[in-house]
Design a binder for this molecule. Structure first.
Ligand code: MG
Length: 463
């Protein structure tokens, strides 16, 4: 968090009481109210991580000082990010503010600002709020017009759960008697996903579905953090497992054999399923995904006449592409999936409901579905390097591969797609490292390519 810049890839994030303090939260609340003006209706909520109550109350104080009418998502403010986003859109709020650090380690917290459409605010609005914040141009409301009561909106979770259920075929899912494990990372998806499963007639097995500031695993759902969940799915012979991140907007699936699958695989399957079974009106046969998604997405979706468009990393880029151009869906390899008829934002609960409907309609097990996809083996590595050096390396690689006539995508770093492999080299948005990601048809080839690329990047980075 440098001076003059508050917002990162996805809201304001920082280590609690180091970068992210109550005074920052208070001033940000004042800046938000000053930007939108007196009398705005704001829905505020949070996840269950440490410091949430403190940061949320500081934001609320700032909002009130600018004359906002503040509502809290239930008495504690607990709700998954997509539930708050959905409620902002459906219940007529002007703005939403969510205190969450999503999948970051437990010492982090953060603040996200949501527009009336239920989407993260755009970069322009972020800049305007930052300017008010740094120049301290706060518009404080005269005492006679301050709203002195924070109201409680008890309908946030219910509105959201009904919103998910009405977009799938409940009876079809019910008819299959599925048994599903859900791992909520001891956070706010505990309030919604088990209930969604219950309404869908699914027998839910819960792991870490108590809200706690001490998560039993890292909040990011990955094959390593979901190892225990995967063992339970396999041992109990369940049909499916799902792991959420801290604020419940991601869903990573575990098949009945205990294999954990990345979100680009899920995204490809669901996009194909939606294109074949769920399009009710004219929608461009296009999906948006970040350049970090596997090229198998393109190979698989081409077969059903769906075009893939690549965006920079960060779900906000996918959301605004869908908003401007329309499309079937958008997704990320980290487990974020956007279903436009529901919300132009990632939603772990909606993704799970769609996945169950796909299994029910197509009468296939999760492993059968995932194994339909072309097989690629991935290697991910990172090289410590200052950002300016990393950018130079990317530039040199772009020149080299373009002059060779390779298929190059440059919306975020460099992505090259060759006959039987692809790779992505990009500077990280959050750390001083250069990220390298390679996928190939065999693990040996992927490893070899990753080593060659790392070697070349190091040489270019020290030249
Ligand atoms: Mg998240």
């Amino acid at each position: 968090m440098s001076l003059g810049k508050l917002f990162g890839t996805d809201g304001v994030r920082g280590v609690l009481n180091k970068e992210l303090t109550p005074s920052l939260a208070l001033k940000l609340g004042m800046a938000i109210a000053s930007h939108y003006g007196e009398g705005i209706r704001v829905l505020v909520g949070r996840d269950g991580r440490a410091g949430g109550e403190m940061i949320m109350n500081a934001v609320i104080a700032g909002l009130l000082s600018g004359g906002a009418e503040v509502y809290k998502a239930g008495a504690e403010g607990y709700a998954p990010t997509p539930a708050i986003q959905y409620a902002v859109k459906e219940r007529g709020y002007d703005v939403g503010v969510i205190v969450t650090a999503s999948h970051n380690p437990p010492e982090y917290n953060g603040i996200k600002v949501i527009s009336s459409l239920g989407i993260e605010i755009d970069r322009e609005t972020e800049k305007k709020i930052e300017q008010i914040y740094f120049e301290e141009r706060f518009r404080l409301t005269p005492w006679t017009r301050i709203r002195d009561k924070v109201r409680i909106d008890d309908e946030v979770l219910g509105t959201y759960i009904r919103g998910v259920i009405e977009k799938v075929d409940k009876n079809l899912i019910r008819s299959r008697g599925f048994r599903v494990l859900v791992d909520c990372a001891n956070n706010v998806a505990s309030l919604t996903t088990p209930e969604i499963l219950r309404i869908l007639g699914v027998k839910a097995y819960t792991l870490a579905c108590n809200i706690s500031t001490q998560p039993y695993r890292e909040p990011e759902p990955t094959p390593s953090s979901l190892r225990e969940a995967a063992n339970v799915v396999k041992t109990l012979g369940l049909d499916l497992g799902v792991g959420h991140d801290g604020d419940g907007d991601r869903a990573i699936f575990i098949d009945e054999k205990g294999e954990v699958w990345w979100g680009d695989r899920t995204g490809a399957l669901l996009s194909r399923y939606i294109a074949e079974h769920k399009l009710t009106q004219h929608v461009p046969r296009v999906i948006y995904t970040a350049v970090s998604s596997s090229r198998l997405v393109e190979e698989y979706l081409r077969e059903v006449g769906v075009e893939v468009r690549w965006t920079p990393v960060g779900s906000i880029n996918i959301a605004y592409s869908l908003l401007e151009n329309g499309g079937i869906a958008g997704f990320e390899e980290n487990g974020g999936f956007l279903y436009p008829p529901h919300l132009l934002a990632r939603d772990g609960g909606m993704t799970l409901a769609l996945f169950l409907e796909m299994m029910a309609r197509e009468k296939k097990t999760a492993s059968e579905l995932f194994n339909e996809l072309p097989r690629y083996y991935a290697v991910k590595t990172k090289i410590p390097m200052p950002r300016d050096k990393a950018l130079e390396v990317v530039k040199a690689l772009i020149n080299e591969y373009k002059s060779r006539g390779a298929r190059v995508v440059t919306v975020d770093g460099i992505r090259v797609d060759e006959e039987d492999y692809w790779f992505l080299v990009r500077p990280s948005g959050t750390e001083p490292v250069l990220r390298i990601m390679v996928e190939a048809r065999t693990p040996e080839k992927a490893r070899q390519l990753a080593e060659e690329l790392a070697e070349k990047a190091r040489r270019l980075g020290t030249a």
